[in-house]
Design a protein around this ligand. Sequence first.
Ligand code: NOJ
Length: 773
Amino acid sequence: MRTKIVPVPKLSFTLAPFLVLASGLLFAAPNAAVARQSAPSAHVSSDQDATAFVNALLGKMTLEEKIGQMSQVALNTKLDEPADEMARKGQVGSFLFITDAAEINRLQHVAVDQSRLHIPLIFGFDVIHGFRTIYPVPLAMAASWDPAVVEHAQSMAAKEASATGIQWTFAPMVDIARDPRWGRIMEGAGEDPFLGSRIAEAQVRGFQGESLGAPGHIMACVKHFAGYGAVSGGRDYEESNISDEQLWNVYFPPFQAAINAGAGSLMSAYMDLNGVPATGNRFLLHDVLRDDWKFQGLVVSDWNSVESLTTHGFASDEEDAAARAVNAGVDMEMTSSTFQHKLAAAVHQGVVTQATLDAAVRQILLTKYRLGLFRNPYVDPAKTASQLVTQEQRDAARQTATHTAVLLRNEGNLLPLSKQYKSIALIGSLAESKADIMGSWSLAGHPSDSVTVLEGLKKRFSSDTQIAYTKGVEIEREQTSIFDEQFTSPKPTLKTDAERDAEFHHAIDLVRQSDVAVLVLGELQSMSGEQASRLSLDLPGKQEELLEAAVATGKPVVLVLLNARPLNLTWASQHVAAILEAWYPGTEGGDAIADLLSGDANPGGKLPVAWPRSVGQIPINYARNLTQVPETADARYWDGPSTPLYPFGYGLSYSSFSMTNLRLASPSVHAGSKLEVSVDVQNTSSRDGDEVVQLYTHQRAGSASRPVRELKGFRRVSLKAGEKQTITLALNTNGLGFWSPQTHRWSIEPGQFDLWVGHDETASDHASFAVLP
Ligand code: NOJ
């Protein structure tokens, strides 16, 4: 039997890959016994033992075997040799994109039983927001402002992936993104380094568990180091030009947080950072990562990004690319084969020293050791199926999705929907899409597992409410990316203009005939993620017209958004009574949205990005420096306001909350200590709900200007109806330090600080304190 592999797109990028591996042999392996060389016993656990074990193994390896360990191979790319042969000859250290447990096991057996040194393979996959059960996309997870929920979601994802034999995920993506045109904003935690750092740590803990090799967990890979979120114009893969000040204070912190949380690996980025490609950037991969941060884990390149060093006009040829990547600090090459083909020559010529090569191989072997692969590299394929999309997974996915939704508007408390509404017009093609609701990077998800909004609403409401559904409009996307092929959004069925008109009018008629309308609008799955940047933030297609026509009927309208970037809601924010940002909520999205619309769940998410009014405002992150005339901050454009439509940290609830009595434990604090900041939070409504207490600071003077406000603490709290709690946040003065463009170093500069606590970055409860030396 041969393995079925999805055809490879012409371009050699990423995901496409998605391999659906049928059970059975990839390439029949001869049964001949291969002479076993004895490998040292791996039944040891201390790091010293690990080093001794790895050094002993390293001493036995040939140059070819070492380079093999440094090569990560995707089976849908052109291979010099069949995969089995590569594993048997020790020419591969890792495979990615295999998602069939039996196949993983089989290849592992080839490597362990038949290769000369019996070194196990490591199997990687993009487990970004779920494996088979899809959780809300990472931007949504950040909107929960609840690291515990994020940790749990990623630990559930790890559970499914590890039951399939996957040992390594290429997540979390911790790139700060301040440009919603960039499609990959969906994969990160938004614009803020403090929130981004807390979400990054939570994901690492979730994926990895207590420590590398914890059962039911997988290794995290923090990516893309560094600055990918700042690509020019939001165009994917473009260069990034970031000042040192922004690099150290904004773009680096989530990476450092993930590393401090124990991330076992890190991925380099595709783009040029300030003129030097990230994959050949020794400043990033060595000076910062190894020297400064003492990173002890494995560095993998991004897909083909080593070979691409030539495309960048940086490396002269493949050999130069391989040498530059290794010398910069890349340990393993993802998919391109410059190491396989050219690294040996670079070593022979002394361009890459034996010591540098060994350091990379040692890192890979140590990682495999720490993951326990030398002891037990196998999965039991017979047990896999029973661990996928279990009820436990579905429950967790549903709770995560209700926890991540953000209520942007709720005029007249239209939501939750009153029982008086006896008929609902449900409109929008996304409402019945099982694929789009999963969002991008849901490669192992099965659309058939998804609960659509239509299904969710029917289950929840149809016992006493009539639900009439129609599409209204369909969203079409011109194919612009190789990834489009993998997305399974239903193909448009309305072919002619007359059909489209008729459908549009039919939808508006349904709205007229119903008590309330729920419009599910947004973007197709393929409109965000990799190679999915957008020029416009408008609702694609005729969705805006549909929305305006629905509102014009005079019926109450609820807008539910399925998307993963801020969209143009300027008109909707003034005319649509209720707007619920549900993001791409995943497999259980339809049930979660029904929970939220019915009031079984109460939204408590908050925006992890400031929401622009118009593309022209980008970037509009809240943490910017004050300038000469701060009082006119709202009037810097001739043709519109300069404030965002919704501020960073914004989100409503069906409950209402007050925050009063802000107090500091002391008016001053020594650098390096903590300052307790307390506030009384009360649920002033008759409904249980969640609020996020947010703490912002500003340093009044120093060696450099500091942002007008910066998030430095938060906590999501659940309060019963009427309940009041005192919430105390310990403000860590270490977090007030910054890298100064004057001194070129990081320090906490003593001085006077402002502090605000409230519901979002516009919080008005103010206090001040001094940081003493
Ligand atoms: C390219 C993407 O940039 C990266 O994030 C991903 O992990 C790899 N491809 C593997 O799919």
